[in-house]
Design a protein around this ligand. Structure first.
Ligand SMILES: Cc1cc2nc3c(=O)[nH]c(=O)nc-3n(C[C@H](O)[C@H](O)[C@H](O)COP(=O)(O)OP(=O)(O)OC[C@H]3O[C@@H](n4cnc5c(N)ncnc54)[C@H](O)[C@@H]3O)c2cc1C
Length: 690
């Protein structure tokens, strides 16, 4: 296919999306090619291609990263734009996302027990016009974009997976050099999407997400190459805060804070490998979230590039500040006013939709925007906090360019209690009793993880140095053979208490209160035993691979959460389900929140695996919902859970999610297909390698 033959293709079919028109939005996307009047004609597009082709030949540097004087010196991570167009890219006009296998209608009931998948239907009408992506490099450079741009296969492959079970190849990867680049790219796509509707921007940070949030078949915006600046720690009226760019690694931010004795208590367990931006966008959480909540609870303010391509500082507003904002004529003012009206009109529906679990990242947290309710807000009490919508939005309503977080002093006074649970029915009452004492965290790992640790001592050699290794291994075997008399507990609970907890009750009093005829809680004093228990908790995910090296621990049942009172019955049902599907899965999680990460071992080279995933997801998610639980505690909806949100939320609430997404992103330029309007078919988008 020659470039010339592209000109016979008409403009893209419009993206399929909700019909809600935002009040002041005057740039709603056209529905048919006729309605594109006023937009460039085919002749103009042809001219664009001709000029693009000419530039390719006459000026081979035009698509290079102009900010790099010597491209050869660029590290592999930094992109060098490719100089030739590959035939495959030019001819690819049938993206995997166009395949709709599921035409099953949305269910009347929220919960069903049948084996038949009942998912939100996947849009089948998005067509890719390759031209939009082909012209992108030229257009971005013309608009002044300074960062890296690449369509090189090597890079596209690298960005086609994250830690989820999916594999979706982008068309282009860009690495913005600075905040101005983010604005330039957004402005360009906002205007070009009117003729090439398949163009969109999907922000990507460290790519450790487990739901597929950072995958796209259009443009990846990698924020980790350049947007990594971390400012100095500041002492403010609100306490110690820190500001950073979204690509800053969590651990680097933590190091800076640690020097002053502070930390961000919502840190995810993946803090060594993930960024602050990705964590805010996923509204991540971690062990200490039992007491201190998700990342969103620690956001002070966010700089966000909204759909008009301008950056706005979003922070909680008093009624007076809100009123002053709405007098302004800008995108932030429009969005704030429309969000206010949406919530005011639907407050009852929104509050009744709020999940019953302490942790949730499903949907948009409309219920958190007015913590004191709209009526109080209008009387001048409380705040309107739109950072609660941006946090956890997975890049679907704007791109975060700067983050200011609040912090807490590091608690250096913690004590660990260990509670082996040999009978499943004991788990709920143990957790509920422990919660009364306000522990810092209650973490959990299962018997499979413990057995795998016992069988694979060499695994810990890389993680522990010198004598520590032998001490920790000795503690592990002594615990198993002597303390547990050769019997592996079904679960082990790790309870951390600190000064706050012990103000009222000492650790040993709590251990006594938790213990009864079948449960024995104990304060752990031996540092090697403490290290051993945390090593197994943290290693549960990589250890799972030892069950079968030819399979892969698959994250798709890894985020279910139930209120603690239902823990025992929920876990019994889950155990039965794994038996029924004949699949093994190691488990760990945040027991105090009733939040579990199950990682079934699956073979992705097997053609039947996608169907198995679909069937398992249906049954397991329905089981979580049956116990008033949540399918998405902290890893967010992404590709895997967006089509299942109808299990947790009724139709009216799903409509409100669509409306709020549309208020922020009327032309669907930000990460389409996640959180609302599912667009990627789960089965055909699944990875095919282990
Ligand atoms: C071993 C392991 C353990 C984990 N443990 C935890 C845990 O304890 N708790 C937890 O919550 N998660 C956990 N995760 C999941 C994941 O690590 C976290 O959610 C993490 O915070 C994601 O950060 P990231 O930098 O990798 O973001 P990415 O995966 O790159 O992106 C996450 C989402 O954010 C969006 N995004 C990225 N940058 C921006 C931006 N600038 N603006 C707007 N949107 C943006 C992306 O589009 C995507 O939807 C774990 C993952 C692994 C592999």
């Amino acid at each position: 296919m020659t470039l010339r033959s592209l000109t016979i293709i008409d403009v893209d079919a419009p993206k399929v999306r909700s019909k809600h028109v935002s009040k002041k939005s005057n740039h709603k996307k056209a529905k048919t090619s006729e309605s594109f009047s006023g937009l460039p004609s085919n002749a103009e597009i042809q001219a664009d291609i001709a000029s693009y082709k000419k530039n390719k030949i006459t000026n081979p540097n035009i698509i290079n990263n102009t900010t790099q004087a010597n491209p050869k010196k660029i590290s592999e991570k930094k992109l060098v734009a490719k100089k030739t167009l590959r035939k495959k890219d030019r001819t690819n006009n049938s993206p995997r996302s166009t395949v709709a296998i599921n035409s099953i209608k949305e269910p009347e009931k929220i919960y069903r027990t049948s084996n038949t998948p009942v998912l939100l239907s996947v849009s089948s009408q998005v067509k890719r016009h390759p031209l939009g992506h082909l012209l992108l490099e030229k257009k971005l450079r013309e608009a002044g974009f300074q960062g890296g741009i690449s369509t090189d296969k090597k890079f596209l492959d690298r960005y086609s997976t994250d830690e989820s079970i999916f594999c979706i190849k982008p068309q282009v990867v860009i690495q913005p050099k600075n905040k101005h680049d983010l604005e330039t790219a957004t402005k360009l796509i906002a205007s070009e999407t009117k003729r090439f509707s398949s163009l969109s921007l999907t922000p990507r940070a460290a790519g450790t997400g487990l739901s597929g949030g950072s995958l796209t078949d259009s443009i990846v915006v990698d924020v980790t190459t350049h947007l990594t600046k971390i400012d100095e720690v500041k002492k403010t009226k609100k306490g110690v805060t820190i500001t950073c760019e979204p690509g800053a690694m969590w651990q680097e931010v933590e190091k800076k804070l640690k020097k002053h004795g502070f930390y961000i208590p919502a840190y995810p367990s993946s803090k060594a490998i993930c960024t602050v931006g990705g964590s805010i966008a996923n509204n991540a959480a971690g062990p200490d979230s039992l007491r201190y909540g998700h990342c969103a609870s620690w956001v002070d303010s966010l700089d966000v590039v909204l759909a008009d391509g301008n950056t706005y500082t979003i922070k909680p507003l008093s009624y007076k500040e809100f009123k002053a904002l709405t007098k302004q004529k800008n995108e932030y003012a429009r969005v704030a006013e429309e969000v206010f009206t949406l919530i005011e009109k639907n407050e009852k529906t929104i509050l009744s939709a709020k999940p019953k679990t302490a942790k949730n990242t499903a949907g948009y947290s409309l219920w958190d925007v007015f913590a004191d309710g709209i009526a109080q807000f209008k009387k001048g009490n409380g705040e309107m906090d739109m950072t609660r919508l941006i946090s956890g939005s997975q890049g679907t309503i704007g791109i975060i360019s700067s983050i200011t977080m609040r912090t807490l002093p590091i608690a250096n006074d913690s004590t660990l209690l260990s509670v082996p649970i040999f009978k499943l029915e004991d788990i709920a009452k143990t957790v509920i009793t422990t919660l009364k004492y306000n522990p810092l965290n209650i973490e959990i790992f299962d018997g499979i993880s413990f057995d795998l640790a016992l069988k694979n001592p060499d695994f810990f050699k890389k993680r522990l140095q010198g004598l520590d290794y032998y001490r920790v291994m000795l503690a592990m075997y002594a615990t198993y053979h002597v303390r547990y008399r050769g019997k592996t507990p079904e679960f082990t609970l790790l309870i951390t208490v600190d000064k706050t907890t012990e103000q009222k009750h000492s650790a040993s009093e709590i251990a006594k209160e938790i213990s009864d005829s079948s449960v024995k809680a104990r304060v752990v004093n031996n540092p090697a035993e403490i290290e051993m228990l945390w090593q197994i908790r943290r290693a549960s995910y990589p250890l799972a691979k030892f069950q079968d090296p030819n399979k892969r621990p698959a994250p798709f049942l890894e985020d279910m959460t139930v209120p603690p009172e239902h823990l025992s019955r929920f876990l019994m049902d889950i155990k039965k389900l794994f038996k029924e599907f004949n699949v093994q899965a190691a488990m760990h999680g945040h027991g105090g929140n009733g939040h579990f990460h199950f990682y079934p071992l699956l073979d992705f080279t097997n053609k039947t695996t996608p169907l198995l995933v679909e069937r398992m997801a249906e049954r397991f998610y329905s089981t979580a919902v049956k116990y008033h639980g949540d399918i998405c505690g902290e890893h967010n909806d992404g590709i895997i859970r967006t089509p299942h949100l109808n299990k947790m939320f009724n139709r009216a609430t799903l409509e409100l999610f669509k409306k709020v997404e549309h208020i922020f992103d009327p032309d669907d330029i930000f990460n389409p297909g996640k959180k609302v309007n599912p667009r990627f078919d789960i089965k055909t988008s699944m990875r095919k390698t282990n």
